[in-house]
Design a binder for this molecule. Structure first.
Ligand code: LLP
Length: 425
């Protein structure tokens, strides 16, 4: 559920008319609803709250939306953070998330990032290979420390989602192969700079079926038993993220957090471990929209092209994963038409929808791309020299710009031109 609704015929974010924001900030602009973020965080925390040993850790996957205001709202809700870079650690700490509630995931941690994470007191490193275990041990030893670690285990399960966001098949780059896990733990346990404490798994994102997750967790349960039998202390089990959100209102909705929690309860019975979760999309996906204005409507052969002022550089998901986002007029007239919705970027891939039946719109109208709170602003680029889209957060009747639109001059100023480039050779 979200807080983007029609009131008096015009879409609002909570109590604020989207048109007011568009007029004040310009378009395109991302708009987030703080109440929606809080609600999702609470619903998830409540659903999983009684599972496992002790209070579970809900570590928001920062990659889904690293905006400082978003992280601050989640820090105030008591969330931890799942991070994949030194930059994400810095953002989590800056938002007030304590180091011990940070999980450092990611396939390519550098020695520098490892050192930074150790100094920040990161609560758990999820290792992706034996080579990485060696490297982390060396960095920790140099500090006289022992890094708390889990291995991310690749359970070789097909998550049933888009290939580009599947991570748990043996051919994917993520985690250590399931059948090599015992050997990897034995090697890690012998390293002086590591304190082995858990297992981790994450099989993919936008999962709309609990079956693959249940299958993966069943494999992890077996591994935990084997690891303990081999003498390892396993006190944490990190179950990753992945629960999907509704994008297309016509499709059956993904499982609820309660249904997910019931599955986890069954799958983890007898594990005697503290559970950790890394939801990203579930928390913020439906808490944001991309607000854009129609530049003009151009006739097309099969259907007209609705050209909006947001491009693939602002919202990459359709171009990258053929992702489907609901597209609605901010002030719908009630009329519908079939159109292609495209951006201004010079690529055919800059297409948000083809042959879409949608609210009829014309030049100057505002349009909202729904479910744009996750993997949206954060994946934007300045391609075509388009400044990054600003972000706004609404809370009740208040709203604020939470990321400014930098002028093109700022982009140009970041480039340096050596003198020899200015003269013909
Ligand atoms: N934990 C790990 C280790 C992950 O790799 C991810 C996401 C998450 C947690 C959070 O997953 P979530 O709960 O959000 O599904 N850009 C793509 C999604 C990439 C997901 C990457 N990993 C998209 O726009 O669909």
């Amino acid at each position: 559920m979200d807080h983007f609704e029609l009131r008096g015929g015009a879409m609002h974010a909570e109590d604020v008319a989207l048109a007011e924001i568009a007029d004040a900030v310009g378009t395109p602009v991302y708009v987030y609803s703080a109440a929606t973020i809080r609600r999702h965080a609470r619903v998830f925390a409540r659903a999983v709250g009684r599972l496992g040993m002790g209070a579970p850790l809900v570590a928001f996957a920062v990659k889904a939306n690293p905006n400082a205001a978003v992280l601050s709202v989640l820090a105030a809700e008591g969330c931890g953070a799942d991070v994949v870079s030194g930059g994400e650690i810095a953002r989590a700490l800056a938002a007030g998330i304590p180091g011990e509630r940070i999980i450092f995931s990611g396939v390519g941690k550098t020695a520098e990032e490892m050192g930074y994470a150790l100094d920040a007191g990161v609560g758990q490193f999820n290792l992706e290979s034996e080579e990485e275990a060696e490297a982390l041990s060396a960095v920790a030893c140099a500090r006289g420390a022992a890094a708390p670690v889990a291995f991310r285990v690749n359970p070789d399960v097909d998550a049933g989602t888009h290939a580009k966001i599947s991570t748990g098949k043996s051919e994917n780059k993520f985690g250590i192969p399931y059948d090599q896990a015992l050997a990897a733990y034995a090697r890690a346990a012998a390293l002086p700079g590591l304190a082995v404490r858990g297992v981790a798994v994450h099989i993919g994102s936008q999962l709309v079926d609990l079956g693959p997750l249940a299958a993966a967790f069943a494999r992890i349960g077996g591994l935990i038993a084997d690891l303990r039998a081999a003498g390892h202390t396993i006190v944490t089990a990190d179950l990753g993220g992945g629960l999907g959100v509704p994008y297309d209102p016509v499709l059956p909705p993904p499982p609820t957090p309660d249904a997910y929690a019931a599955m986890v309860d069954g799958a983890t019975a007898g594990w005697n471990a503290r559970l950790m979760f890394e939801p990203g999309r579930l928390i913020v996906g439906n808490a944001g929209v991309l607000l854009t204005r129609v530049v003009r409507v151009k006739p097309g052969v099969a259907a007209p092209f609705v050209i909006v002022d947001a491009g693939m550089n602002d919202l990459m998901r359709p171009a990258l994963y053929d992702a489907w986002h609901d597209i609605r007029a901010v002030t719908p007239s009630g009329e519908r038409f079939v159109a292609n919705i495209v951006g201004p970027v010079c690529e055919t891939g800059d297409t948000f929808a083809t042959g879409r039946t949608m609210d009829a719109v014309t030049g100057g109208d505002l349009v909202a791309f729904m479910t744009a709170g996750a993997y949206a602003a954060t994946m934007a680029s300045t391609y075509n020299s388009r400044p990054l889209t600003p972000e706004v957060m609404v809370s009740g009747s208040q709203w604020a710009i939470v990321r400014r639109r930098l002028p093109i001059e700022a982009l140009i100023a970041a480039d340096d031109v050596p003198e020899w480039a200015r003269t013909a050779a």
